[in-house]
Design a protein around this ligand. Sequence first.
Ligand code: NAD
Length: 533
Amino acid sequence: MNNSIVTEIKFKNEPVLEYKEGSPERIELEAQLAQMKNSYVDIPIIIDGKEIRTGNTEKCIVPHDHKKVLGEYHIAGKEEIKMAIESTLRAKSAWEELHWQHRVAIFLKAAELASGPWRAKLNAATMLCQSKTYKQAEIDSACELVDFLRYNAYALTQIYSEQPISTKIFKNRMEYRPLEGFVFAISPFNFTSIACNLVGAPAIAGNTVIWKPSSDAVYSSYLVYKLFEAAGLPKGVINFVPCRSIDAEDIILTNENLSGLHFTGSTEVFQRMWKIVGNNITNYRTFPRLVGETGGKNYVMAHPSANIESLTTAIIEGAFEYQGQKCSAVSRVYIPRSLWPDVKERLLQLAEKIRGKMGDIEKRSTFMGAVINADAFDRIVSYIEFARNSSEAEIIFGGNYDDSVGYFIEPTIILTQNPKFKTMEEEIFGPVLTIYIYEDEDFEETLNLCANTSKYGLTGSIFAKDRYALVKAEKALMHTAGNFYINDKPTGAIVGQQPFGGARLSGTNDKAGSKLNLLRWMSPRIIKENLIN
Ligand code: NAD
């Protein structure tokens, strides 16, 4: 019998560890990195808690040392995918009937494990698989991942406690049912924490989930699955199914029991999946919820009153941390002519400093690793070459690249006289930044230009000391960013503080790590009881 009324769970962000030489966290992480590099992992598909090996495998490689293979993973074929759907549906009734306090306890336990004994493992896999530095891995696969798990538990209890008004005669209550059917989660390569949340958020709300991880992050995703298993997640609640995109579309996305899609990745892929669901709409048992956080073309807008030091630091960190592969990364910048000489000098100094810190992410001093794979390398290089060969642009810093050992691309800064230049408009998803200089008196015009240059609307910043300028920018740029920053870089959103998501073609803006996102995985039922009949 469970008859306790639990008060709100408290939430606090996970502290960031520093990994100083000789610190216990550093020693543990180094040991874990060595262990992973010296062994070969054989990653199965996991359905109903059972490991399946199809023998159809792909390799897990290290982007900054691409000859190094960490292991391989098995790819589910049509038969395994069908098994996964059946298992997910079978697991549903026991999971949705389990009292929510037990569901929450499993995810809070996963958070405790990830914060403690699993921290080094999750960070090491993220560093090696996704080429993240100590700092970038720590803020992703440790802190943000733990925050998502704990925040969802906190937000769930808030939602469940929101109840309608009752009267003397009519007693009303809201039951927050999970969706009927199964949820399909598809994760991107760039954040282990996002992958964890794409499966964790629907599951904590009582849904069962099929998970297709990114082919570039299978190792770290597999460890997240094992983390849930270690925390006591029952079999079949999440099925781990690396598979080909075409099979995912044909078999999972079109299945009549699909109740929701939880996606993070590129705009084009999400649009494609939305079309598939649309074309199949008469075949589902419900209207599938489509939640997708997608691409961006994030900006920094400087006013003539901006503080040059904080502006330039924000541009460099925002554009080049994690090789520009954060969805929120800065990739277009607007600078007033009066500030340009000083801004340029400082930007080039800062860029020079980080160019010298590109390389092996296992060195504590490294600032940038490699980009994720050969396709990404070729795509980013094609933008650099486009700028190099254009009469409308000049590469004022970087522009070199080398994939002989790893997929390394220098931090690259392009200056253009065309505010609609290709690299001002399209998502590059790499360490390439484009700057446009405007005349000081054209600030308001330039705000409109910024607002109408890109099809995306994810993140953006305004830098100004002048309060009237800030107010103008906040208004003119209203629809350009779901996460808008004043005198700060547009990256580094923290769970519980700046819920994340954009608008326009950056996604459905359901704010990962918030009540808004959890509500998408629920279908509330209102129950009215007449007390006098
Ligand atoms: P991607 O779109 O290439 O892949 C994302 C996932 O979709 C992967 O698991 C991939 O295998 C899968 N996929 C690809 N084609 C598919 C298909 N036809 N059917 C089913 N699944 C398919 O994206 P990526 O390279 O992994 O990540 C980078 C992109 O993600 C960038 O555009 C970035 O802006 C975006 N992103 C956005 C956010 C956000 O919160 N808005 C966060 C992280 C990344």
